[in-house]
Design a protein around this ligand. Structure first.
Ligand code: ATP
Length: 332
């Protein structure tokens, strides 16, 4: 089937650089002769036919803006066989022949079902968590890391001045990539991630932190910074338990949604431009059910089903490097 009109939507959690990706998809798509249509509010908007025609000027002044101008949503109604069938019907009715979906794993599951049901779909990884197994990089990750790093640097200044212990919670419900990289970049004493620490009893976690505080005190450290991924949870409760055990003033800081917003870094803008172009090229070549990826540092693509079946996990080496560098003692 000849593709004349391509829709583009953003889905799942927003990520800085999604706008730059929309701009790339739209401008490159137009240059390849496609009519371009924006779908508002992800799959929710697809079901309701919330479409707008896009020309080159519709995506002016977007590249530097965080969030997503198309807005995003999570839709339970879409993720049912009836929802998928309805979405394909609405798209066909409105003349949309193919779709580019910018989002995370969940969004790609939806994209896979749309492809299976006759709407050619290409995925672009956009999520701050970098937790999509088939790609080394997801749009938004670098910006989120830098935002979290700058915030931790600020908390560190005050923690040092007051000789406090600071537990700083960063995003990552199921993935510790942000936590580990931010801990390495800020010289934190310790990092806790869901993959390794979620199942650990609270008392054991507290004991580990308390022991580490004592090691730090013995070598004259003026603060103790622990980066905790959101998925480990209970930062406030941990802070209270640590203060009770050590007498060291301990504060929990939850960075929260501050990490999702803001102007994308140069890396996120450049990757977004490249991935947007690749998605359109794949559709031009008649391909469907593919996800654009970075593999060995290069732009590439992969079958969505294969991509979703892959597993990746945090680096054990980097996890241990945080504590080793902080203590100056090498436990390999
Ligand atoms: P993030 O990583 O930022 O959370 P995500 O794309 O993984 O992004 P989800 O909320 O998991 O975010 O998924 C976005 C939307 O994709 C869901 O609201 C739902 O409409 C659709 N979706 C998720 N899983 C499926 C599925 N198994 N089948 C069909 N659609 C799905």
């Amino acid at each position: 089937m000849e593709i004349k009109t391509v829709g583009v939507l953003t889905s799942g959690g927003d990520a800085p650089g999604m706008n730059a990706a929309i701009r790339s998809v739209v401008r490159y798509g137009l240059s390849r002769g496609f009519k371009m249509v924006g779908v508002e509010r992800g799959y929710h908007g697809l079901l309701r036919g919330e479409f707008l025609d896009l020309d080159a000027s519709s995506v002016c002044d977007l590249i530097q803006r965080g969030g997503t101008v198309l807005q995003t949503a999570r839709s339970k109604q879409f993720a049912t066989p009836e929802g998928i069938a309805q979405a394909v019907e609405v798209a066909k009715e409105k003349g949309i022949d193919a779709l580019v979906v910018i989002g995370g794993d969940g969004s790609f599951r939806g994209a896979q079902k749309l492809s299976e049901n006759g709407l050619p779909t290409i995925g672009i990884p956009g999520t701050i968590d970098n937790d999509i197994s088939c790609t080394e990089y997801t749009i938004g990750y670098d910006t989120a890391l830098n935002t979290a790093m700058e915030a931790v640097d600020k908390v560190r200044d005050t923690a040092t001045s007051h000789q406090r212990c600071s537990l700083i919670e960063v995003m990552g419900r199921n993935a510790g990539y942000i936590a580990i990289e931010v801990a390495l970049a800020t010289g934190a004493e310790m990092v806790l991630v869901p993959e390794k620490d979620r199942a650990c009893p609270r008392v054991e976690l507290v004991n580990r932190i308390v022991d580490d505080i004592k090691i730090g005190q013995a070598v004259g450290k003026k603060h103790h910074i622990v980066i905790i991924a959101e998925g480990v949870g209970g930062s406030q409760e941990l802070a209270e338990m640590i203060e009770e055990c050590t007498g060291v003033e301990t504060r929990a800081t939850v960075l929260g949604h501050i990490q999702r917003g803001g102007s994308p870094t140069i890396h996120d803008r450049v990757v977004a431009a490249q991935m947007g172009m690749k998605a359109i090229d794949l559709l031009s070549e008649g391909k469907s059910n593919r996800v654009v990826i970075i593999k060995n540092g290069q732009l590439s693509d992969m079958d969505i089903n294969e991509g979703l079946a892959m597993q990746k996990t945090v680096s054990d080496f980097d996890y241990r490097l945080v504590g080793n560098l902080s203590r100056g003692m090498w436990n390999s």
